[in-house]
Design a protein around this ligand. Sequence first.
Ligand SMILES: [Zn+2]
Length: 231
Amino acid sequence: MLNTQHNKVELSDIEIDEVGNDHISTCFNTPIRKDAFDKTDEEKIETIAKHFEAIMQTLGLDLTDDSLKGTPKRVAKMYVQETFKGLNPANKPAISMFDNKYKYNEMLVEKNISFYTYCEHHFVPFFGKAHIAYINNGQVIGLSKLNRIVDYFAKRPQVQERLTMQIGKELEHALGTNNIAVLLEAKHLCVASRGIKDDSSTTVTTYYNGEFLNSKKKEEFLKYLELNADK
Ligand SMILES: [Zn+2]
């Protein structure tokens, strides 16, 4: 967790990364308590359903209504089993690697990976596309695993900067190389549907390391993102 020195100032994760290198290993981690998994999923669903019912009651909704009475349980199950299941490391996808037998030594780009996640400030969705590239270090990964890694970290309350870094760091770990590029473009419903109500803006975040810090490699990656697979 972050130390008190940095808790005093409200810095984004990225800024904290730049402020103190003693935080490098933790600044992109989701802030989670040690007792996060003391309760079973069933116990969590029961507790959340009670609390969500209280929210609905407080808003003045009639929970005896047919359409509303199942909502607290439905929301609780959705939170624990779907939208936030990536909080639990037990749900982390198993990654299998293969030898790079064909000696493919160029970058591999997987683009337009759809993701849906929740803004941790408003608990409304933000969603979009992730684009990933890596240059292998003798081992390659099954392509669908890239989608699964994105999905795992998206299934948490998130900020886009942290989601981008978590995907990048996990790929480095799984692929045994720091030749990684990640670009996320997302629409935030907390911006589009409330507050400023800007329906047209999107947010882009990037993570580059290893060979992708070289502007030529970065340009090559960005060029491939412009290619249309349908043409
Ligand atoms: Zn938000």
